[in-house]
Design a protein around this ligand. Structure first.
Ligand code: NAD
Length: 340
C-alpha cells in the first residue's frame, strides 16, 4: 500500500473485515474468556489494521478498535466507573521498534528539559487480567476489571477471596484514596495442577493460564473463584489523594509496605543497553518464572515525566510493551473449551 493513494475498494473491504474480526476476537477474549485465535494471530491482524490506518488516516473511524481500550462490560456484572482511566500499552515487536520508541521518548524528555531525571523502570509483562483496587483510608472499597478503560466490572466479592488482595492495608499515614492497578494470574505450577485435576474430574482442561485466571475471577459465585489458585502482582496506581511518591519505583516500595505483592522481576535502569540485557535475560528464562509472561514493559519511572509525556486515547506515551517473538504461532485452539 502506498501512502496518499486513494484507497482501493479491495483495501476498504480488507479494512472493514479486519475491524470486524478484531472486534469479534476481542469480545471472545475479554467477555467470554475464550479466544478464537492465538495472541500472535490477533496481534498480526491488529498490526495490519494499524498499518492501513497509518497510510490512510482519513479512513480511521472514531470507533475503530485502535482508538479504544479493548474490552467491554458484561451484563453479568455491575458496571463501575474507574476514578482514573485505565490504559492499554503500546506494543513493539522487535528491538528495532523498541529503539525507535526509546529514542522518541528520550527526545520528548529532553524537550521537557529533564533528561537528567530519565530512568527506565523495566519489568516483566504478566500474562493475566488487569484489576483496579480502590482503597479509601486503607479499606478496600471495590475491585473492578479494566473493561473499556473507563468502566469496568465490579468483582469485589471475588477479589476478596484472593490472599494477595488485602481487605485492609497495613501501616499508618495511608492515603485518603488510591486506585491500585495489578494483574491477577494463575502461577505456572498451580496451572498445571489445576488442569490435572480438571482432567481427573473428566472435564476439559483450560487452554492457558491467562484465560483460566480471567474466567476464574469473572465468576458470578465468589465460592468458585475461591477454589482457583489465583495470585496477583501490583504494577501501578491510578487516582490518588494524599499520596506522596515521586516515581513508580518509590510507589512499589510503598505498596509493599502496605502489604500488596509487587513483582520480584523489575529493575530501575539507566541506559538502553541495560534494558536490552534485561530483555535478553528474561527471554532466556521466561519459563523459569512464577508465571507466564508475554513480554517486557519499559516505563519512564519519574511521575513528573510521565505526566509530561501524557497519553493517547488508548495508551500512555511513557510506557511500552516489548513482545517476545511467539514461540508457537499456530497455537492449537481446537480443543479449547471454557471451564468457567
Ligand atoms: P496488553 O495486555 O498487551 O497490555 C496492557 C495490559 O498489560 C495492561 O492493561 C496491564 O494490565 C497488563 N500488564 C501486565 N503486566 C504489566 C506490567 N508489569 N506493567 C503494566 N501493565 C502490565 O493489552 P490489551 O489491550 O489488554 O490486550 C492486547 C493483547 O491481548 C494482544 O496483544 C493480544 O496478545 C491479547 N489479545 C488476544 C486476543 C485473542 O483473540 N487471542 C484478543 C484480544 C487481545
Amino acid at each position: 500500500v502506498q501512502a496518499n493513494e486513494i484507497p482501493s475498494d479491495a483495501l476498504r473491504d480488507e479494512y472493514e473485515q479486519l475491524t470486524e474480526d478484531v472486534r469479534r476476537y476481542r469480545y471472545a477474549y475479554y467477555n467470554e474468556d475464550a479466544p478464537l485465535v492465538s495472541d500472535a494471530e490477533f496481534d498480526r491482524l491488529y498490526r495490519r489494521l494499524e498499518e492501513i490506518e497509518a497510510l490512510h488516516p482519513e479512513m480511521v473511524a472514531n470507533d475503530s478498535p485502535t482508538q479504544e481500550v479493548g474490552g467491554e462490560v458484561s451484563a453479568a456484572f455491575t458496571p463501575v466507573q474507574h476514578l482514573q482511566r485505565m490504559y492499554s500499552l503500546e506494543d513493539v515487536f522487535s528491538l528495532d521498534e523498541l529503539q525507535v520508541w526509546i529514542d522518541r521518548a528520550s527526545s520528548s524528555v529532553e524537550k521537557l528539559g529533564r533528561a537528567q531525571d530519565l530512568k527506565w523502570l523495566t519489568e516483566v509483562k504478566i500474562d493475566g487480567l488487569a484489576v483496579n483496587l480502590l482503597y479509601r483510608e486503607g479499606e478496600l472499597v471495590r475491585a473492578a476489571t479494566r473493561g473499556d478503560g473507563h468502566t469496568g466490572e465490579d468483582i469485589t466479592h471475588n477479589a476478596l477471596t484472593l490472599k494477595d488482595i488485602p481487605r485492609r492495608l497495613k501501616g499508618k499515614n495511608l492515603p485518603a484514596e488510591v486506585e491500585i492497578r495489578g494483574e491477577v494470574f494463575i502461577p505456572s505450577k498451580a496451572f498445571l495442577e489445576l488442569n490435572e485435576k480438571m482432567v481427573e474430574a473428566g472435564k476439559a482442561p483450560f487452554a492457558n493460564p491467562r484465560n483460566a485466571a480471567a474466567g476464574s475471577l469473572r465468576q458470578k459465585d465468589p465460592a468458585l473463584t475461591a477454589q482457583r489458585p489465583l495470585s496477583m502482582f501490583v504494577h501501578g496506581i491510578g487516582a490518588r489523594e494524599g499520596l506522596s511518591a515521586g516515581s513508580q519505583s518509590e510507589t512499589y516500595t510503598l505498596l509493599q509496605e502496605w502489604g500488596l505483592p509487587t513483582s520480584p522481576y523489575f529493575k530501575v535502569l539507566d541506559s538502553y543497553q541495560e534494558v536490552l540485557e534485561f530483555i535478553q535475560h528474561f527471554g532466556d528464562h521466561r519459563h523459569d518464572l512464577l508465571h507466564e509472561i508475554d513480554g517486557i514493559v519499559v516505563k519512564v519511572d519519574n511521575f513528573g515525566l510521565q505526566r509530561g509525556l501524557g497519553h493517547t486515547s488508548r495508551v500512555p506515551r511513557w510506557a511500552v510493551a516489548y513482545k517476545y517473538p511467539p514461540e508457537e504461532v499456530h497455537t492449537k485452539l481446537l480443543d479449547i473449551q471454557v471451564n468457567v
